[in-house]
Write a protein that binds this ligand. Structure first.
Ligand SMILES: NC(=O)c1ccc[n+]([C@@H]2O[C@H](COP(=O)([O-])OP(=O)(O)OC[C@H]3O[C@@H](n4cnc5c(N)ncnc54)[C@H](O)[C@@H]3O)[C@@H](O)[C@H]2O)c1
Length: 267
């Protein structure tokens, strides 16, 4: 019997992170859900089998090193290992170069970039330690280890009043490449997923406003907003053996947005 994979997902209580948690749980993985939304996180963990030892919710602010330390201590104590990290937690805070406050800039960088770094560093150390230990053990098949960072089309395009957010996503793509190179000798793959517009709380304000929605659709050749599970499927692919020769990349499930110069008709 191959060992059951343990998958940690940050920002797993809602939206894309929750969709990823469901996908991996469907594949009989054990899930660690890390989030600051305790109520939704506990509910999600219960749905995914917390009572049967298949899911664990940890209240964790990814920008806080102590919380991250505790996240890994609990993961080790309950599941004993880690195979996949999905670095998904992310926030937005509006502001242009003329209006954004230092506090808001720091807040977004703290979660989206510093948080991603803090969690990935612990995950990398944990997985490298497992690899060293597994060298001495006879295993049927070598486990496959992967880290997937949740980027955005805003890693390579920009929105003037989302200065902090687009900066973090550009940084996350570079973090992905540098980590991929650093971990390639161990066989740990690191990739990113860069969605376009996805139907989650982050997009609700836009989706509920017909004019804002029309603007978004004029930049979306596929003609619809993505379902979170369409992003989760790409994450699952990148974390699987199907992607065994892919590392240091960002895949963009964006409905054609990055290919589009100018606009398409939208009503
Ligand atoms: N929705 C989109 O259109 C879209 C597009 C591109 C990229 N993304 C990215 O996808 C990721 C998930 O976004 P979503 O749309 O599902 O958002 P969401 O708001 O539905 O979910 C984000 C989750 O992160 C959690 N979170 C926030 N701050 C946290 C912190 N400090 N520590 C731990 N958890 C924290 C929230 O509680 C929430 O459960 C983000 O990184 C976002 O930038 C979203």
């Amino acid at each position: 019997m191959p060992q059951e994979r343990v998958v940690m997902i940050t920002g797993a209580a809602n939206g894309i992170g929750l969709a990823c948690a469901r996908r991996f749980a469907d594949e009989k993985c054990k899930i660690v859900l890390a989030d600051t939304d305790t109520e939704a996180g506990l509910r999600a963990a219960a749905d995914l089998g917390a009572d049967e030892g298949r899911a664990l919710f940890v209240d964790c602010d990814v920008s806080d090193p102590l919380d991250v330390h505790n996240l890994f201590a609990q993961t080790r104590s309950v599941f004993g290992r880690l195979d996949v990290l999905v670095n998904n937690a992310g926030i937005v805070q509006a502001g242009t170069i003329l209006t954004l406050s230092t506090d808001d800039f720091d807040k977004v960088l703290g979660v989206n970039l510093r948080g991603a770094f803090l969690v990935a560093r612990e995950a990398a150390k944990q997985i490298v330690a497992q690899i060293e230990q597994e060298k001495d053990e006879e295993a049927d098949a070598a486990p496959s280890y992967a880290i997937v960072n949740m980027s955005s089309v805003n890693a390579v395009m920009a929105i003037p009043d989302q200065l902090a957010y687009v900066t973090t996503k550009g940084g996350l793509n570079q973090l992905t490449k540098a980590m991929a190179l650093g971990l390639a000798p161990y066989g740990i793959r690191v990739n990113a997923v860069g969605p376009g517009s996805v139907n989650t709380d982050v997009l609700k304000a836009v989706a509920d406003n017909p004019e804002a929605k029309r603007k978004i659709m004029s930049r979306t050749p596929c003609g619809r907003i993505a379902d979170p599970d369409e992003i989760a499927k790409v994450v699952r692919f990148l974390a699987s053996d199907e992607a065994s020769y892919i590392t240091g990349q960002c895949i963009y499930p964006d409905g054609g947005r990055l290919a589009l110069n100018y606009t398409v008709d939208a009503d």
